[in-house]
Design a binder for this molecule. Structure first.
Ligand code: ACO
Length: 328
């Protein structure tokens, strides 16, 4: 069988219009713009209005990616949608999106890998294209984290936001595209970043609704340390595997969780910050959506040119982490 390459031929992103600034948060919890900006780099985030859900933003982002790739919904043969904030527990958000798009020829699946979800999705898409099983795959990262944030907890509510990013991954004969990926997990550290209730272990009851267990709980400093270590490892592994070092990486697009984590990752692979894409100030941490939103903004702003090597690197709840190296 002829070897196929997995190329990203279209990107798209979408976010709610509604902006929540640090000044707004100062009125909600005991915090300051100065604390949030200096500790995280975040200035504002987008919040989905009532009635809007993940599939709505996934739909908007997907249409833009399809338009750029020049393909119709009927040509998509697989949808991989990464989220921890689905429209509903059942069915998958990918099923709801398939119907909205009219992607009637696509197999569809949701994956849960938190902030690493888009990297996991790209990794699976690349493998399925290289084995010849699929040709045109829509990979999406989307979140409405505002729905699982405790707006009374200043340790977490200042960090997160809503949005969606999408990419069309297409089978190609021409070498290049997603050169390699690296994905990892360590479930023994799950308790450091979790939503304890809402599943089979702690179903939603009136008591649960009152005690906050249905919201994100995070041990921030422990997560911070693990994120710095794991993102550095993920970037380094792909540099070792591909032989493409920081001198030859045109742009790194890291998960946008904290500017200090991003800077530490760049230092680890000796990449100057002028080759690191940062938009955390506008969106906060949008988990699975953060990398595809950033990828789309970098792409549409002309920061990525054909032949450029682009490194994506992520870390999230689970813990999960990973990276992807793309020759554009
Ligand atoms: N405003 C003001 N003060 C605050 C706030 C706030 N919003 N939040 C916490 N503080 C206080 C704390 O109470 C603490 O006060 P104390 O010293 O009196 O106890 C002090 O600030 C320092 O708190 P730390 O948690 O030690 O602050 P730190 O410098 O570690 O920053 C942060 C906290 C921003 C959460 C950081 O730890 C972080 O970014 N962690 C990683 C988050 C992350 O990467 N998540 C990625 C995955 S997310 C996902 O998968 C969905």
């Amino acid at each position: 069988m002829k070897k196929k390459y997995a190329r990203i031929t279209g990107t798209g992103s979408a976010a709610p219009d509604n902006i929540l600034t640090n000044a707004d948060l100062e009125k909600m919890v005991d915090t300051t713009d100065d604390w949030i900006t200096s500790r995280t780099g975040i200035k504002e985030r987008r919040i989905a209005p009532d009635g809007m859900a993940a599939s709505d933003y996934a739909y908007q982002a997907s249409l833009k990616a399809m338009e750029m790739a020049g393909i119709t919904a009927g040509e998509i043969d697989l949808i991989i949608l990464a989220t921890v904030t689905p429209d509903a527990p059942l069915p998958s958000t990918a099923c709801i999106l398939q119907d909205k798009l009219g992607a009637v020829n696509a197999a569809v699946v949701d994956i849960v890998a938190a902030c690493s979800g888009f990297i996991y999705g790209l990794s699976f898409a690349r493998a399925l294209i290289m084995t010849g099983q699929h040709d045109k795959i829509l990979v999406i990262g989307v979140e409405t984290l505002s729905r699982i944030v405790n707006w009374k907890d200043r340790n977490t509510c200042v960090l997160f936001g809503d949005g969606a990013g999408a990419a069309i991954v297409t089978a190609a004969d021409q070498p290049g595209g997603i050169l390699d990926t690296y994905i990892k997990a360590d479930g023994s550290l799950a308790h450091l970043l979790q939503v304890p209730a809402g599943g089979g272990r702690q179903p939603i009851t009136p008591e649960i609704v009152g005690n906050g267990a249905r919201y994100i709980q995070m041990e921030g400093p422990d997560v911070f340390k693990s994120a710095v270590k794991a993102m550095g490892e993920a970037a380094t592994k792909l540099i070792e595997k591909t032989g493409i070092d920081s001198n030859n990486i045109s742009l790194m697009i890291p998960h946008q969780a904290n500017i200090r984590i991003i800077e530490a990752t760049a230092r680890r692979i000796k990449l100057p910050m002028d080759r690191v894409f940062v938009n955390i100030q506008k969106y906060g941490n949008t988990s699975a959506a953060s990398i595809p939103i950033a990828l789309d903004e970098a792409n549409r702003n002309g920061l990525i040119k054909p032949g450029d090597n682009v490194m994506l690197v992520a870390f999230g709840a689970g813990f999960t982490w990973g990276s992807a190296l793309i020759e554009w």
